[in-house]
Design a protein around this ligand. Sequence first.
Ligand SMILES: Nc1nc2c(c(=O)[nH]1)N[C@H]1C(S)=C(S)[C@@H](COP(=O)(O)O)O[C@H]1N2
Ligand SMILES: [Mo]
Length: 297
Amino acid sequence: MLITPENLYKKRRAFLKLGAGALVSSTLIASKLSALNFTKDTNPNALKISDEELATNYVNFYEFSTDKKRAVALAQNFNTQGWKIELSGEIEKPLTLSMEDILKFPLEERIYRFRCVETWSMVVPWVGFELSRLIERAKPTSEAKFVKFTTLFDKSQFPDQDAFFPTIAYPYVEGLRMDEAMHPLTLVAVGMYKKALKSQNGAPIRLVVPWKYGFKSIKSIVKIEFTKEQPKSTWELANPREYGFYANVNPNVSHPRWSQANERALGDFFTKPTLLFNGYEKEVANLYANMDLKANF
Ligand SMILES: Nc1nc2c(c(=O)[nH]1)N[C@H]1C(S)=C(S)[C@@H](COP(=O)(O)O)O[C@H]1N2
Ligand SMILES: [Mo]
């Protein structure tokens, strides 16, 4: 999207209309991040970081629109004022965390590959913390076998949730097995490119699971539940033949309608081979040692 001085001005006016509360919560996140209060990723694998403009303007966020550019435009006035995350289910006792509470976790930068099931990919410097830290805070019981995540449901903010025929069932739901959720690569992101997350990328808080297709990395989370049973994710419900619960990046398992062997990095002309587990095989293959990756796609 092109930002002209005129629509910047309009955006700013719309933002100011939200009042002081909105200002407080968004500046809170911004100030925590702009103070560079996170440890930097030294990028030991020398991943080529995607252009920030591309990563923030080419998005999937169906609650706004299935059209990537339109979703960005529609996300601009998203209000995250007073955002809270409810933790419940198989834990010692339910708790609710505000963004102030969340931002007390020590933040770190993580430069990760990101692969969408649609075959585009990018490399993003996220800012966040390991999900395991949040799970430790929640104190799950031995009954907790899965973690279920839910996006905000708010028809006044998400046009597609208010549509007569929404594109998918809402609220958007995702899930991980407990060992996947506890894995040190699994990140809760509150920022990217050293700044607070933009609305279109899942502000104020999202999941990032770098070895799985992008749809597992659920945006704008309001609820985290610990469950005994494997939750059904939104895309699994929408089309179980095409989208499995695991959704591990795998060049050898085709989507029923296209190959997953290659990907095109944002901004690149040529495609390149997709790596098993999106290049994180060494770190995560042991999680699936006894599993048939074709059957559990
Ligand atoms: N709530 C919600 N989360 C979502 C989506 C969505 O439509 N709604 N899209 C998913 C898909 S398909 C991808 S590829 C990533 C895209 O993240 P990005 O737009 O920040 O690149 O978000 C995922 N998380
Ligand atoms: Mo995706």
